[in-house]
Write a protein that binds this ligand. Structure first.
Ligand code: SIN
Length: 303
């Protein structure tokens, strides 16, 4: 994030909101937010902090699913993940806007999606033409350890890439297959590929360097860390080498915000300019999170 973002610890006159940036400016805590009131001005201030810092955390609050849904609705239109649709494992019993992520079981059946395994680096719902802008993840039940979530600053990484590599990437598309989900399962309505050539697999393509629709800044947008991703037009081995170099940056703690969850925490990230992954945890313990997302612009690149 920017140096100005690091210095922007602030409490605007007339507001009880305070923004406390993390030491590298990527990620900030939001203090004094009022979930009862959900006052438009305060929501706008919080939103501005989220645009500046990429990830914001709400810690020490108590709020309901209704309040999470109301807040999300003030930020934009909802996006629904395929697994939150009625009858799917991640559907919420009362709120169709919420995706339930977790390993709880009801009557022996999963009542959440993604289980207890590690999730590799990804951006949410990259397989849609218009992936989400904001994602809000609320911790409902946590295991005693594990399940930490890591966010990577894709503006910062783009700015640090060697300029020769930036030149190769600018104007190119990243192709990621739509056949498999993050757990390697064939998605509903898709069929397993009948060739090993990943270039021929059913896919979604987005610009690998993306212009953020609100900040106007460019950042990397990779979709998911997977051997089936391909930088369109490059020889497969060159594409794999570049993606591996990009993920070497993503794995650097300097570009990360690490979330060790506490009861009731909520993280809101900008899905357009960040990636995230999470650790697994011991499956005898339950972890349940409620996620809501808002619609982003169709990814585009402006030089
Ligand atoms: C997600 O990928 O949206 C979920 C992350 C998590 O469970 O921490």
């Amino acid at each position: 994030m920017s140096a100005t973002a690091v210095a922007s610890r602030s409490r605007p006159v007339g507001s009880r909101l305070e923004v406390v940036p993390s030491s590298n400016g990527f990620g900030a805590d939001i203090v004094g937010f009022d979930f009862e009131l959900l006052d438009e001005r305060q929501v706008a201030e919080m939103r501005a902090a989220w645009l500046d810092h990429g990830v914001v955390r709400f810690r020490g609050y108590r709020f309901s699913d209704e309040q999470q849904v109301r807040l999300t609705g003030m930020l934009g239109d909802f996006v629904k993940h395929p697994r939150q649709l009625k009858g799917e494992e991640g559907a919420h019993p009362d709120h169709e806007e919420i995706l339930v992520i977790g390993n709880a079981k009801v009557d022996g059946k999963s009542s959440g999606t993604m289980g207890n395994s590690e999730a590799q680096w990804h951006t949410d719902t990259w397989f849609y033409e218009r992936p989400p802008a904001a994602a809000l993840l609320h911790a409902i039940e946590l295991p005693p350890e594990g399940g930490d979530t890591y966010f990577a600053d894709m503006y910062g990484i783009y700015e640090q890439l060697p300029s020769a590599l930036r030149k190769i990437l600018e104007g190119r598309l990243i192709q990621s297959t739509t056949i498999f989900d993050g757990a390697g399962r064939v998605r509903t309505g898709q069929t397993a590929p009948d060739t090993d050539d990943i270039r021929l697999w059913a896919h979604m393509r987005h610009p690998i360097v993306r212009t953020h629709g609100e900040s106007g800044r460019n950042c990397l947008y990779v979709g998911i860390d997977s051997p089936s991703s391909w930088i369109v037009g490059l020889p497969l081995d060159e594409s794999a080498a570049i993606l591996s170099e990009i993920f070497d940056f993503v794995r650097m703690p300097d570009f990360q915000f690490k979330q060790v969850w506490e009861d009731g925490d909520m993280i809101m990230w900008d899905n357009r300019c960040t990636m995230h992954r999470r650790d697994g945890w011991d499956g005898q313990y339950t972890r349940v999170m409620h996620r809501t997302t808002t619609l982003g612009e169709r990814p585009f690149y402006r030089y």
